[in-house]
Design a protein around this ligand. Sequence first.
Ligand SMILES: Nc1ncnc2c1ncn2[C@@H]1O[C@H](COP(=O)(O)OP(=O)(O)O)[C@@H](O)[C@H]1O
Ligand SMILES: [Mg+2]
Length: 379
Amino acid sequence: MSEVADRAGAGAAQMILELLPEPVILVQGGGGETAEIAYGNQAAREVFRIELAGAPLGAALRRPEVLETIEAALEAATAAEVAFETIGVQPRFWRAFARPLATDPDGPNQLVVVLRDETDARRTERMRADFLANASHELRTPLASLAGFVETLRTHAKDDAEAREKFLGIMAQQATRMARLVDDLLSLSRIELNEHIAPSGKVDLPRTVQDVTDAIRPLTEERKVTVSAQADADVRPVVGDRDQLVQVIQNLIDNAVKYTPSGGRVYVRLEAAGSLDAAREASRAGVGLSLLSPDPAHEAPQGYVVIRVVDEGPGIARQHLPRLSERFYRVEGQRSGGTGLGLAIVKHVVNRHRGGLTVESAEGEGSTFSVYLPVAAQG
Ligand SMILES: Nc1ncnc2c1ncn2[C@@H]1O[C@H](COP(=O)(O)OP(=O)(O)O)[C@@H](O)[C@H]1O
Ligand SMILES: [Mg+2]
């Protein structure tokens, strides 16, 4: 500090302190005197919403355990660290680092207290823990069922050929389910790893939709659902990673087919939209809800292509819509046998592509999922 002050001048050092994004306060007292705040930088004044100089420390740090820790450190001229939470409209988690200053032996003791906002780190940590717990639970269910059947086959069903056949069938299903779950988890983590790197390829969407509908034909035939695709003549290639866009289209069509009763229809449409607003309009013809909106500051200069997947299935009640793209979220009562990760994958891929995702649905009225993606520059 003193070197910085010497080289840049004390005024510059003070200015640096003032401009630090983290709250910094200088506390003084000790020797039986009450601790008071001698200085607080701009961030500290904003966080504590008081005029700090001369205020008692207790006016800024109200939690008794925090106050005690800092006062004890001040008294003993030692370093200390304490974590605490502030309540308000948005609770925040803080960690305070106190360091003694070498001061005049006749004057009061002084401490610098730097506060670090750990709210985001806490939230991320929490999400990770939740995710791990959910993933483990999802894997454990089929695993427990497999273990149960192995036991049954070894004991009660040992000599019962018919039961054996039936149980093996269920076991195969559970194993497939686990494999699908692991595939989806891996795929999600791969997408997240490079989510901050924009894709650089060019993708011809009408072709891609065609390829996906061809690949999904066995499923549509089995379920007796017809899928028809249609594209505007002026649909241009989009910026993208083809494999990932295949996953997006596949997941949306797969859902539409899976949740549509036998004999139903699914429509896939590709539409050209000039601007972000137009793309949003096109996606929200009815009662739409945005699951992912691109940053308007990064509007694609060439416009967007909207991929719409429309089904005449059971629809989704309003209260579920905002949560659909959460990992493992499934609407209760719909026994999909799915992993609940499909729409999370869709959302992350679309986010990487700087695109948007909306859903329109109401109970009994079918569902429309729309994805819009930036058109690639020509040439
Ligand atoms: N087209 C649709 N019609 C009705 N419900 C849907 C549709 N698409 C998705 N859902 C609901 O959203 C949930 C999440 O979808 P998704 O993430 O793809 O998981 P899943 O593996 O269950 O298909 C589904 O479990 C289902 O309840
Ligand atoms: Mg799905």
